[in-house]
Design a binder for this molecule. Structure first.
Ligand code: ADP
Ligand code: ZN
Length: 292
């Protein structure tokens, strides 16, 4: 059986066809322009591919409340052309198949939970540190939505004592995304993150902010494992720095067997950057099962 997967991002749309084992058979990326240009291309890609269902992991905020009139919409995004846009409805109207819908980061959490680093544990969270920061939560077999969905990238942090950067989030002077996403690193240090030397203060500061975020997630969600993905986390030397800061900030308060082994508690994304698209395949499978 074939499934469609769409990772809807603010800069690009990744579309793929996969099977029930999460194997990706073909994949294509297109730039995210306005809905009237981009959604037509999405529909054309998936039409005639013989897919039984589609899974969408989308940038947000999005409406995930199935009882809401605007379920399936991208809601209040600053990308104005996509604001209050009925993404699921527009695609459903043309393809007429079950469509699973969730946040991009929840899809990644689901991909890791189904085929990757969150397999075999009852709960886990996935955090992307890239152009933005987002957090998805997988708990006891389902993805956490709550009132809207977690917006874990915008939690408020203490500034690093030596940080004079004002933050790059238009909403919050000291949120995690504004202080630690790729663009914040690049504005603060005046160069591409990938060009910053491994021994730079930049990485100590980055690890400090990521660890502050993780400690807040550990204390509120109590996940069994934390997976870190996204472009910035390709800097693998961040992992030991983050683990060290997490231990320091928790200061022994939470004692579990998982926290006693931070090397297997805080881990890199494990699916070659396909966690999102594979999660979308699983979203499609789950939606098909619901529809039956
Ligand atoms: P997106 O978040 O848009 O889906 P990415 O996860 O690739 O995409 O994140 C892009 C951001 O990550 C950019 O700000 C870029 O500078 C940063 N980035 C990408 N690769 C690296 C790398 N190897 N090292 C450090 N930063 C990186
Ligand atoms: Zn913010």
């Amino acid at each position: 059986m074939l499934f469609g997967a769409l990772e809807a991002g603010g800069t690009k749309m990744v579309m793929a066809i996969g099977n029930e084992n999460g194997e990706i058979l073909e994949q294509k990326s297109i730039p995210t322009e306005t809905p009237d240009i981009t959604v037509i291309q999405i529909i054309e890609y998936f039409r005639d591919k013989n897919i039984s269902a589609l899974g969408i992991g989308s940038f947000g905020p999005i409406d995930l409340d199935r009882n809401s009139k605007t379920y399936g919409y991208i809601t209040s995004t600053p990308k104005l052309a996509w604001s209050n846009y009925d993404l699921v409805g527009a695609i459903q109207k043309e393809l007429n198949i079950p469509i699973g819908f969730d946040t991009d980061v929840n899809a990644s959490a689901l991909g890791e939970a189904t085929w990757g680093a969150i397999m075999g544990v009852p709960s886990g969270i996935y955090i992307t540190i890239g152009t933005g920061i987002g957090m998805g939560v997988y708990m006891n077999g389902s993805l956490l939505h709550g009132m809207l969905h977690p917006e874990g990238g915008h939690i408020l942090l203490h500034k690093h004592p030596e940080d004079t950067f004002e933050g790059s989030c238009p909403y919050h002077p000291n949120c995690m995304e504004g202080l630690a996403a790729g663009p914040a690193i690049e504005k603060r240090w005046g160069k591409k993150a990938v060009m910053i030397e491994k021994d730079s203060k930049a990485w100590e500061m980055e690890a400090y902010y990521i660890a502050e975020g993780l400690v807040n997630y550990i204390l509120t969600l109590s996940p069994h494992r934390i997976v870190l993905g996204g472009g910035v986390m390709h800097q693998e030397h961040l992992f030991p720095l983050i683990r060290e800061q997490v231990a320091k900030l928790l200061n022994g308060y939470v004692k579990t067997s998982q926290l006693a082994d931070l090397d297997s508690y805080i881990v890199p994304a494990s699916l070659n950057d396909n966690q999102g698209i594979m999660g979308c395949i699983q979203l499609a499978k789950m939606e098909l099962a619901l529809a039956k």
